[in-house]
Design a protein around this ligand. Sequence first.
Ligand code: AMP
Ligand code: FE
Ligand code: FE
Ligand code: ZN
Length: 281
Amino acid sequence: MRIDLHAHSNISDGTETPAEVMAAAAAAGLNVIALTDHDSTDGWGEASRAAIDHGVALVPGMEISCRTEQGISVHLLSYLHDPTHPGLLEEITKAREARLTRAERMVTLLAEDYPLSWDDVIHHVAPGATLGRPHIADALVAAGVVADRSEAFTSILTSHSRYFVQHYAPAPALAVELVCAAGGVPVFAHPVASARGRVVGESTYHDMIDAGLAGLEVNHRDNPEEGREFLRKLAAQHGLVVTGSSDYHGLGKPNRLGENLTAPDVLGRIEELGTGTAVVR
Ligand code: AMP
Ligand code: FE
Ligand code: FE
Ligand code: ZN
């Protein structure tokens, strides 16, 4: 069984439609794929139909952007939650609206120094998709300012950049609580990915565990090996599941489907815990 529990479509910052991601999952020899777009479940319907056509099982999911009181970014994966749960829906709607205002402010700042307009950015966003820095990166690539998204993220678009603007994001423990309330299974995504910015200290893990955290995404290319050892110990101490995933974004990142996998018994545990919706098979 080849199980990959983290992939993005153009419902957020992936470059392929949900149906194309399901086709790519089948072509990569996966048996199970989770669609985890940022702050959106709008891809679930299309992905469900395509997953059945392609003979892959779909775990409906989402990746929620959170921020601690210290300003540290945390990504929380949610599996099998009820997409209509009012409390969770309210938070992600608020975050998505804030992402729009934030992107407009970033584009205004960038336009002072680079050939970039709001229309150039929107050109790279599918209708209704969750807007993020990757879409601004795509417009900068098209304008010839940077070669690819990765170069944009190591230069103009880092969180220390003078063009960077924050957007509203819930506290990690609140997001964990809401995912649980919606019958979902919360898993901390790439927790020790230090190349993305500051990572959280032990107290944040404990806040999230107290709120109902179910797992840690240990096997992800952005987690350095030293950090993985810490995560495995923490998971063993607190009875958390350990997952492995690609974080596929189509052509938007080098990450390939199936480059990290999750064990079948872990998927079994996630299915036991998740009551908001079911795996599509
Ligand atoms: P935002 O949520 O708008 O602040 O943008 C962060 C998103 O950018 C994350 O979800 C990542 O998927 C994406 N990202 C971060 N680093 C890179 C990179 N080096 N190349 C491509 N995408 C990236
Ligand atoms: Fe992303
Ligand atoms: Fe992430
Ligand atoms: Zn992701």
